[in-house]
Design a protein around this ligand. Structure first.
Ligand code: C2O
Ligand code: CU
Ligand code: CU
Length: 541
């Protein structure tokens, strides 16, 4: 195996395919050498040919909060039209996008705990879609199962007889979509109902169509969804303009401003997958925050609540807040994927895998007025080291606080509570004669039961990875019991829905499968891995 290099292709081979299909698949286990090398991320990086702006020039956009079309005593109703549009992402260029409601990110939905939301999604895109609310405790019929498609106008037939699918030499996923007897498709639109009967947190909604999730998210099908409740509101955390959602995602652009993505079938209609150098994951060389490249946000010299989401397909970050005089500001982590921690945890830097969220408080009071606080990605190189910056525009009074106790409603599952333990290996493999990503040696098949669990059971899952795999469960939050056979890391604290397994690493998680019965999923949230087989059924009965 070649040594890591700064040279693009060699490095790509090492980080991606070399690691995945070489050593690890033949031994099936991590070696000491792999662990020592521990590449920063898994995937191949695209190179933009567009002229890119210097960092910290484009203002940070704040996604608009969607207005309900109706509210009554019982529920809020929203409408979202999924449609193509163009937007100015790089200064002076237009980027064609697929959007929720005409913007990327899509509009933010603000929900209250216990108050249901119904979103009617209209599909005006050229392909079928499925909407999933990531981190939502959602009844199965609204969870966006990958074959529960919303068909656009003019889509010839139901997907199980979709022309072209049977004849492709794509992988088993496409064949699976063809033969899923339980798929519930709709035409033109679909109502998704979210009870919001869950802890307050930052969720996100994104496309989840079988085989084509990665390119659909890449083109713009992602938006934020925030659940709040009175207890959290009463904590006195930074709020209003000092509470800022930050959706971080990498992309790459052609000279005319279009997004680059190495799809085998750029129409995203028939043949899934990406070209060979990118099968381990697609990385961009432009870092977008809320859809803007390396943006800057002018703000007060005060505490801010930063609600971070890594919406990248495959890129991992390790974030720091750096002042101009080289200090690192404390990142006070108050919440995880599934809401508030019991107590704040202070970090100097924080790793963030695809689909993970961090709820942070950062105090800018010590930064001189007029200076920049940069958010830096320690895992990046060159321009992917920069993420965004805050320009400290004015002194300010600050009556926010970080209570030493944040919540007492965290589930407290113990090892003894588990009625069974399951093992899952997340590894590269062969699938229909091509590259695949497998769970327990098998690629996703919607028709195959993988895990069946009685409602209310508590289980321990032991997960092991070859390369980076951020493993996500639908429906439930979980706690991380161990990582690499040792106690979990500080950033593993709290209730999670995505656990980042690093190369060769294992983790044990514990959860109780409650909420709803029905057909759910668990999968790798490296979106390319997910599309190339690394997904399985989770049936709650
Ligand atoms: Cu964020 Cu099944 O996904
Ligand atoms: Cu999810
Ligand atoms: Cu993966």
């Amino acid at each position: 195996m070649p040594e890591p290099h700064s040279n693009g292709l060699t490095r790509r081979q090492v980080l991606g395919i070399g690691g995945a299909f070489g050593l690890l698949t033949t031994t099936g286990l991590a070696t000491a050498a792999t662990l020592a090398r521990r590449p920063a991320t898994t995937g191949g990086q695209l190179r933009s040919t567009a002229q890119l702006p210097p960092p910290y020039q484009v203002p940070l956009p704040l996604p608009a909060v969607l207005k309900p079309v109706s509210t009554d005593g019982a529920a809020d109703r929203y409408e979202i039209v999924q449609r193509e549009t163009t937007a100015e992402i790089l200064p002076g260029l237009r980027t064609p996008l697929w959007t929720y409601g005409g913007s990327f990110p899509g509009p933010t939905i603000e929900a209250r705990r216990g108050r249901p939301v119904t979103v009617t999604h209209h599909n005006e895109l050229p392909v079928p879609t499925a909407v999933h609310l990531h981190g939502g405790r959602t009844p199965a019929e609204s969870d966006g199962y990958p074959t529960d498609l919303v068909l656009p106008a003019g889509w010839p037939q139901a997907p199980h007889t979709m022309p072209g699918m049977a004849g492709t030499d794509g992988h088993g996923g496409g064949m699976g979509a063809m033969t899923d007897p339980r798929a519930v498709t709709t035409r033109l639109k679909r109502d998704y109902t979210f009870p919001n009967d869950q802890r307050p947190t930052l969720l996100w909604y994104h496309d989840h169509r079988m085989d084509f999730t990665a390119p659909a998210i890449w083109r713009g099908l992602a938006g934020l969804y925030i659940v709040r409740d009175d207890a959290e509101d009463a904590l006195g955390l930074p709020a209003g303009p000092r509470e800022i959602p930050l959706m971080i995602a990498d992309r790459a652009f052609t000279a005319d401003g279009a997004l680059t993505y190495p799809s085998l079938d750029p129409t995203l209609r028939e043949r899934p997958g990406v070209t060979e150098p990118y099968v381990a994951g697609v990385l961009g060389d432009v870092i977008l925050v809320n859809g803007a490249p390396w943006p800057v946000h002018e703000t007060d010299a005060a505490r801010h609540r930063l609600r971070l989401l890594n919406a990248s397909n495959a890129r991992h970050y390790e974030l720091e807040a750096r002042t101009e005089d080289g200090r690192r500001l404390d990142l006070v982590r108050i919440g995880a994927d599934q809401g508030l921690l019991a107590a704040p945890v202070t970090h100097q830097s924080l790793p963030m895998a695809p689909a993970e969220r961090h709820d942070l408080v950062v105090d800018f009071a010590s930064a001189p007025v007029g200076s920049l606080v940069r958010i830096v990605n320690r895992l990046g190189s060159g321009r992917t080291r920069d993420v965004m910056a805050f320009r400290i525009a004015r002194p300010a009074t600050d009556d926010s606080r970080i209570p030493p106790a944040l919540t007492t409603d965290l589930p407290d599952w113990h090892r003894e509570d588990a009625v069974r333990t399951r093992d899952f290996a997340f590894r590269a493999g062969r699938m229909n004669g091509g590259h695949g990503w497998l769970i327990g040696g098998r690629p996703f098949d919607p028709a195959r039961p993988d895990v069946t669990v009685p409602l209310g059971d508590t289980e321990i899952w032991r997960l092991i990875a070859d390369v980076h795999h951020p493993v996500h469960l639908h429906l439930v939050g979980f706690r991380i019991l161990t990582r690499g056979g040792k106690p979990p890391l500080p950033h593993d604290a709290g209730l999670k829905d995505t656990v980042s397994l690093r190369p060769g690493e294992s983790a044990e998680i514990i959860t109780r499968f409650d909420g709803y019965r029905g057909r759910y999923l668990f999968h790798c949230h490296n979106a390319e891995h997910e599309d190339m087989g690394m997904m399985a059924n989770l049936e709650v009965v």
